[in-house]
Design a protein around this ligand. Sequence first.
Ligand SMILES: [Zn+2]
Length: 371
Amino acid sequence: MKNTAIYSFFRHIAYNLAKIAVSHMHMSNLIFASHKVFRRHRMLVVLTYHRVIDRSETNEFYTNYDRGLDYRIFENHIIALKKHFKLVSLEEFIEIASSPNGPKEHTALLTFDDADSNLHDYVTPILQKHNAPSIVMAPIVNVGEQTQLWHVRISNILKSATQENWETMQIKTAPLSQKVTQVLLDHELPPAQARRPVALEINKACDHISHETIDKIVNLWESIVQPTNHIPIRSTNWDELKQLQDDGIDVESHTISHRKLTTLTDDEIMYELIQSKNILEDKLNKNIYSVAYPQGYYNEAICRMTEQAGYKIGFTTKRHICTTPIKGLDLMRIPRIGMNGETVSEVELFLSKLCMMSTLYGASMSERRAV
Ligand SMILES: [Zn+2]
């Protein structure tokens, strides 16, 4: 225990020293310059974002995922990124990924998963201000109905629930899912400000049950609790998706139902891939080139089916730099890195680590070595 405390103390000191070095001593420039000396190929990366929001409205309760990234921090990301990376569109990315020479300069593609309505409020103005292209992966099930994603609904339910509601939920959820009921039974209803970990546990339990059952449970709980809509996050409608497209955020596929593809039959997987592509192409009058596998779950067979369904790119959540040129089935399992950091210097430190790894190991660094 004592050793752990000493270790985290020194780790904290080292992290802050590295942050100071990166931001005040221009270390990041040095790190990026040394990459030029030691590596012939520049980095090609795909970056993942989900929700960008005004955190002052959401800090109080919501789970990390619901809370999202504050739009001011997101702008720091874009500023730090643009210092070292060229941000490209999907079409440019596909061309660079397949070219035998790889990128001429460090290149990044920005992707946003799940298509929240907040993209329009917080992301578009920042991307337009910094002239940054990007793509958004939209699951069809959430488009057009102005619905909230189930985990946001769960957060709202938990925030509003009374002790009496909690007991009714414990009894009435049992016939629907033992796993979720067990989470309810394992906890007394905590005070409102301490309910975030329970919401997270329920989210985890829901990962193992079907979409239809989750829907039944959430509908049941809403009828019991009658929750206040504490957080107004909802999915986009078709007009908003068209608007995003017009504003320079390219809309791409995130399947129909957002279920893990590895849990479905081959017929269901093909339906998810082909139908989502067709619907988006039809509604948005554009070509759909890529799909992001929901929650990052995929395998070799899914990659083959993605190719058969006519996609040029399949995005995973494997956290490493792209190895160029990307050929054949590897185009259906493109890695993506979630960006870290709150301030410009923290983001620069993150990018410097990425660059250092690439200098040391090249683009072929393993997942284990990835930042
Ligand atoms: Zn998603």
